[in-house]
Design a protein around this ligand. Structure first.
Ligand code: UDX
Ligand code: ADP
Length: 458
């Protein structure tokens, strides 16, 4: 089937950028991205590109090029499904917070609703592509629903997991390390290969069976997260022994068998994928009775929780075992730089821990809105919420603080006038650098007590 009409259900962090790039690179294909969330679609259609709902460097230019030409954002899901030959499912698959598998298994209710809607609306044969991260064998479930509730039309299911990382999504989509397509039907696979072949070299387009493709996505994220937890485990040892984790990372990363990427010690990994995917893997392993496999991977998440908690515990201990009534400034709220996404951000956990100790928290993030920060802290009661202030200006956020905690590695933090910040803080003025971002020598020279993850203050 030569594809000239695509629909994507879900206009989020994956669906939005991915479809924008497909539309940019394939002007002959009409790409319609649909979502139930009206305000999200309105933001994607906003004439002012600064209001796009997803912040990604370079995304505004891609949207500007394709939107209105062959890229459309709409809330009319039925119409888009009906018109499309190929439908990407890119809806959210959060961890289940009820019933069997609570706190571990992926909640597939949004996927199932999509499948039922596709079955109800479709009048012609279609290719359905899983883009969301899913547990292994979801394709089978989707196929089952489509085949038994549809109007007798033929559906082919493909798995095409997304490997883009937020903050570098456009770059990752333009130059992917690989594109993975899993499926059974040769013609359907070829239709999707032909789309990517418009800009991705053939040797980077990998085809596998559908289960390998689904499992590869979970495995890739589990391996990446495991590297972060591994170096974070070593960071605690560094703090005790006088070793410096940045030096250790550099030394081991020069071994080509290990490689230098994903070895930055941090305040703990966040993002919508790592924890969710590992817990998914753990759940699948447990459900097959593979307890050693499950325990092995679960430890990556346990280590990450430990890293977040020990960071906030260290702040309390260093500030003479009490932070009650003290102002602590959090620089950064997003789970990494160059995104406005805050899902599972370590900042949320750390803020909650500090507020439980009755600290006053000031937050500054260059791209995250006050509304989002307050939503992330929904579990706090009214009195606790009063302890949070969100600033638009980093200097104001740091004014009269006892301590600053750097939680996201935004480049702009390195450009600040740190002398001015120091002058306006209470003394001794502490910096807890959860990203090893700032220049230790410079900070110490100014007078800060500078404490970075993975380096000792012996
Ligand atoms: C990840 C995968 O990288 C991507 O391939 C997949 O499609 C989705 O999940 P993402 O979560 O967007 O992407 O960002 P990533 O760059 O992987 O970072 C995840 C978290 O790990 C962030 O909180 C980041 O700060 C942290 N991290 C990463 C570290 O703490 N240290 C590192 O060395 C690398
Ligand atoms: P991701 O990071 O995987 O892209 P997001 O939460 O950013 O996840 O985006 C998923 C989007 O899918 C949300 O905007 C949500 O409104 C949308 N969505 C969920 N279910 C449906 C559905 N049945 N039809 C249309 N859109 C949906």
């Amino acid at each position: 089937m030569k594809i000239n009409s695509i629909c994507c259900i879900g206009a989020g962090y994956v669906g939005g950028p991915t479809m924008a790039v497909i539309a940019q690179k394939c002007p002959h294909i009409k790409v319609t991205v649909v979502d139930l969330n009206e305000s999200r679609i309105a933001d994607w259609n906003d004439a002012n590109l600064e209001n796009l709902p997803v912040y990604e460097p370079g995304l505004d230019a891609v949207v500007a090029e394709a939107r209105g030409r062959n890229l459309f954002f709409s809330t009319d899901v039925d119409k888009a499904i009906d018109e499309a030959q190929m439908i990407f499912i890119s809806v959210n698959t959060p961890t289940k917070n009820y019933g069997a598998g609570k706190g571990m298994a992926a909640d597939l209710k949004y996927i199932e609703l999509c499948a039922r809607q596709i079955a109800r609306v479709s009048k012609q044969d279609k290719i359905v592509v899983e883009k969301s991260t899913l547990p292994v064998r979801t394709a089978e479930a989707i196929k089952n629903i489509l085949d038994h509730t549809g109007n007798g039309v033929q559906f082919q299911i493909l798995s095409n997991p997304e490997f883009l990382a937020e903050g570098t999504a456009v770059q990752d989509l333009h130059n992917p390390d690989r594109v993975l397509i899993g499926g059974e039907d040769k013609d359907a696979i070829k239709s999707l290969v032909d789309i990517y072949a418009n800009w991705v070299p053939a040797e980077k387009i990998l085809t596998t069976n559908v289960w390998s493709s689904e499992l590869s996505k979970l495995t890739a994220n589990a391996f990446l997260a495991q590297r972060v937890s591994s170096i974070n485990a070593i960071s605690e040892l560094c703090e005790k022994t006088g070793a410096d984790v940045s030096e250790v990372s550099k030394a081991i990363g020069m071994d080509v068998r290990i490689g230098s990427k994903f070895l930055k010690a941090s305040v703990g990994f966040g993002g919508s994928c790592f924890q969710k995917d590992i817990l998914n893997l753990v759940y699948i392993a447990k459900s097959y009775g593979l307890h050693e496999v499950a325990d092995y991977w679960e430890q990556v998440v346990i280590m990450n929780d430990h890293q977040k908690n020990r960071f906030s515990r260290n702040i309390v201990q260093t500030l003479y075992n009490t932070i009650s009534g003290k102002k602590i400034t959090l620089l950064g709220w997003a789970f990494k730089k160059d995104t406005n996404d805050t899902r599972e951000s370590a900042a949320i956990n750390i803020a909650q821990n500090l507020i439980a100790e009755q600290a006053k928290i000031a937050v500054y993030d260059p791209k995250v809105s006050e509304k989002q920060i307050k939503e992330d802290l929904i579990s706090l009661d009214e009195n606790q919420l009063k302890l949070i202030q969100v600033n638009q200006d980093p200097y104001e956020a740091c004014h009269n603080s006892h301590a600053i905690a750097v939680l996201t590695e935004w480049d702009e933090f390195n450009t600040y006038d740190w002398q001015k910040i120091y002058n306006n803080m209470l003394k001794p003025a502490f910096i807890f650098d959860g990203r090893n971002l700032l220049d230790k020598k410079q900070m110490t020279k100014i007078g800060f007590t500078y404490i970075a993850v993975g380096s000792s203050n012996l």
